[in-house]
Design a protein around this ligand. Sequence first.
Ligand code: NAP
Length: 346
Amino acid sequence: MSKANPFGVHRVMEPQGVLPQAAFKLNNDFTELFSNEILIKVERLNIDSASFTQLKSQAQGDVELIKKQITDIVNQRGKMHNPVTNSGGMLLGEVMEIGEDTRNKFPIQLGSKVATLVSLTLTPLFLESIGNVHLDKAQVEVEGKAVIFESGNLASIPTDFSEILALAILDVAGAPIQIGRLVKPGDTVVVIGGGGKSGLLSIAESRRKIGPNGKILALCGSPVSAKRVERLGYADHIWTQDATKALATYEKVKELTRGSMADLVINVVNVPFTEMSSIICARDGGIIYFFSMATSFTAAALGAEGISKDVTMVIGNGYGYNHAEYTLDLVRKEPVLRKILSEIFE
Ligand code: NAP
């Protein structure tokens, strides 16, 4: 076996010379494996929520059409890279081959059950078939193969979680560790999309850091997700509203904070056009953490400038050192959070 480029550039088919995430098409022919690649037998895709929402809406909820969209994207691009949202997701599978030059980096063995911790937008993927589509989980049962590069990342599925729940949690593992670095004691934190998977994790992480004088205000997309936040028991105020309506968000947060607005705004929705809701409810000098894949840099940058808001805007990085273990530990320490997530993902 020969050693290939650690970032996976050797698998880029077009345009030549770019990194795999930026590529339009990757080589998903795995007959020849390189010594710094890992081959995985894929069982399940966890499609990124923004991508899945877009696919579901385009297919008007028709499962066969969703399967066709996924098949077409992977056939065309050699990876599950949604061309509309530009986002991917991650996958669950079993390790089939471990290139000798990756052995020291990844604590895995042949047959280990793993979740990938890099996006499907840069993971070469070949699908043989698509099985059940789980509309409520944004997960799809598949048979296929994928490759992880030397610069990539994966996690063994822990023994104290079901595979499906672990996959769901690890999908958004970047959020809690980064929020833990941003939030300070006494902060007022607004979570936009608070009742979703990363929303609940963000609320739990924030509650642990803000102390008794901090406040959490949760904007939810529907009564169902608002109920989940209520059950978690950590938000000081929960309301249901369309987060694309920036003025409504402004008025609500102004009223709840008596005009002082939020120190930290966490955006974890899965739909576009919510940048201004996030920016407008932050105080001057506040921080906005955009974890949502539907975030537009242009809308955020020009929108903040347009209302003369001097804020720090942080892009939600999917990776943080030790983020997988950090997030699994958070769920282990939070039994109510674990119960709520288990009800959705088991
Ligand atoms: P999720 O569980 O589907 O949650 C999304 C939430 O957004 C839902 O609770 C939904 O509320 C809410 N929502 C949707 N439309 C809304 C609207 N118009 N107004 C208010 N709330 C609305 O998604 P997730 O898996 O936590 O992911 C959240 C975001 O993070 C997605 O954009 C995803 O793509 C992104 N993500 C980013 C990274 C990264 O590395 N930065 C990694 C993974 C995921 P209802 O359910 O009540 O409608």
